[in-house]
Design a protein. Structure first.
Length: 320
């Protein structure tokens, strides 16, 4: 859990029991900053978002006690959500963007430890703190799900974890990372994603490959348009699910396959999902030694059971 990641108090914000400077989380930017999700605070930034596959889970782990957004930090407020796992656990870009900070504390006040800040455009930023290693350079362009760092315990911490922040509107306009990611179809820390019709990207391609294997032949173009949506609704109806076209926690388990070998579109789906997480596989539809080794590596760096089997837990981590 973070011991810092917040600023010292200067005065109390009415109705919160927290300092104004703490609520601003020590940005030191000299501009008005909102903190969405704390009692008594009103957002000035839009919380609207689509579950469009553009966002994904940055790291697997659990939420430690006291590591939640807004938790007291000596008269200040914790600026993000902690996700706990062991040192070396993979950390991924939550969405595509550009690495604009790669330095101690991310160049933000009240932060300690190795950190990365990614700009996603349209005033959206994510912060990744207490890293043990960097895997991307400053100014690098990154894609959603690309491995950018390793979890660690640098700076003021009680143990290894990822300190994750979301900023909406500007760098410094901190939001609740859990609700921010939930609104984008992502369960922070781990869980099945939620993908709506109209989405685009690698996760949609995964869905299309899996649907083809299920007998609903689709073009794997990464565009979740009317044809793919109609097919998913038919699949959902056949499985006794709500036929809304939304691929979420109820649909994914019916859609994926447990794989240890074989050939087919379900293997292409796995390889596509692995590549989103930086595996670099040929999408050839063959579950051979190279794919199995990549699955084992992915399981290892995400602290899953390392058996080379792409089962429900591995799929959930991959598409989350």
């Amino acid at each position: 859990m973070c011991d810092s990641c917040a600023a010292a108090a200067d005065r109390r914000e009415p109705g919160t029991g927290l300092s104004r400077r703490g609520l601003l989380a020590g940005m030191g930017l000299g501009v008005g900053v909102s903190l969405i999700g704390l009692p008594g605070m009103t957002s000035t930034a839009s919380a609207a978002s689509a579950k469009n596959g553009a966002w994904c889970n940055p790291a697997l782990g659990y939420f430690p006690a006291g590591g939640h957004y807004g938790a007291p930090r000596g008269g200040a407020a914790h600026a993000g959500q902690d996700v706990t796992n062991s040192t070396g656990t993979a950390v991924y870009a939550a969405a595509g963007g550009t690495v604009i900070r790669r330095q101690w504390g991310g160049g933000l006040g009240g932060r300690t430890g190795n950190a990365i800040v990614i700009s996603h455009g349209s005033g959206l930023y994510t912060y990744y703190g207490h890293l043990s290693a960097y895997r991307v350079a400053l100014n690098a362009k990154v894609s959603a799900g690309q491995r950018i760092a390793d979890m660690g315990a640098t700076g003021n911490v009680t143990g290894p974890h990822l300190h994750f922040e979301t900023h909406s509107g500007s760098l410094g306009a901190i939001t609740n990372p859990v609700s921010f990611m939930t609104a984008r179809g992502v369960k922070l820390g781990g869980g099945w994603s939620t993908i709506d019709p109209g989405a685009r990207g690698a996760t949609v391609t995964v869905i299309q490959h899996l649907m083809t294997q299920r007998g609903y032949t689709l073009v794997a173009d990464g565009d979740y348009g009317s044809v793919s949506s109609s097919a998913v609704k038919k699949f959902q109806k056949a499985k006794g699910l709500v036929a809304d076209g939304q691929v979420g926690p109820l649909t994914w388990p019916k859609l994926v396959y447990t794989l240890t070998q074989g050939k087919g579109s379900h293997v292409r789906a796995l390889q596509t999902a692995m590549n989103k997480r930086s595996a670099g596989l040929a999408v050839d539809g063959e579950f051979g030694p190279v794919t199995k080794a990549a699955v084992r590596t992915y399981q290892s760096v995400n602290r899953l059971v390392v058996d080379g089997e792409a089962g429900p837990m591995t799929w959930q981590a991959l598409v989350g």
